[in-house]
Design a protein around this ligand. Structure first.
Ligand code: ZN
Length: 161
């Protein structure tokens, strides 16, 4: 089975700054082998040390976005589970289990919303970094997590059962 490089990187722990790809933080131009401290593409001057740290920070955030997709998917599953519990509440109607299920469903819904919102961090990335994301933010999964999560919370609090 082929292993993709970003998976390999995730397995080997958080990226170290010396692993940072030599990209211009201004325009994303590949600065491998650049001799001067000025980007040949956009003219941005960079101090090598600072530039190293900034690229490393951006790269860390890129990995966080990848994780965020997984968290959003996880949150969506939880929120769907919460919805099932609420449907169960409607069927069962009375008893202790109903209030317990409501609380659990509400918590699952709130967690789905939080996990879905984590993907918004991608918005703070510069455009060139967003273009290079191995896995762009999954808007479908995120909106699913937010939507089902919100329905869970609303039903858990205001549900007429
Ligand atoms: Zn540049």
């Amino acid at each position: 089975m082929p292993i993709n490089p970003s998976e390999l990187e995730q397995m080997s722990g958080p990226p170290r700054s010396q692993d940072a790809p030599p990209f211009c933080v201004g325009c994303g131009y590949d600065l491998t082998g650049a001799v001067s401290e000025r980007c040949p593409e956009c003219g941005q001057v960079f101090v090598r040390k600072e530039w190293h740290d900034r690229v490393a920070a951006i790269k860390r955030r890129m990995l966080e976005v990848e994780d965020a997709n997984n968290w959003a998917a996880f949150g969506l599953k939880g929120a769907c589970g919460g919805l099932l519990l609420l449907i169960l509440c409607v069927i069962v109607r009375t008893g202790m289990s109903v209030s317990f299920f409501r609380i659990v469903a509400g918590i699952l819904g709130a967690m789905a919303i939080l996990m879905g919102l984590g993907v918004l961090r991608a918005g703070s990335l510069p455009e060139w970094a967003r273009e290079r994301l191995p896995q762009p933010p999954r808007k479908d999964i995120v909106s699913g997590a937010l939507l089902v999560g919100a329905v869970d919370v609303a039903l858990a609090i205001f549900g007429p059962f």
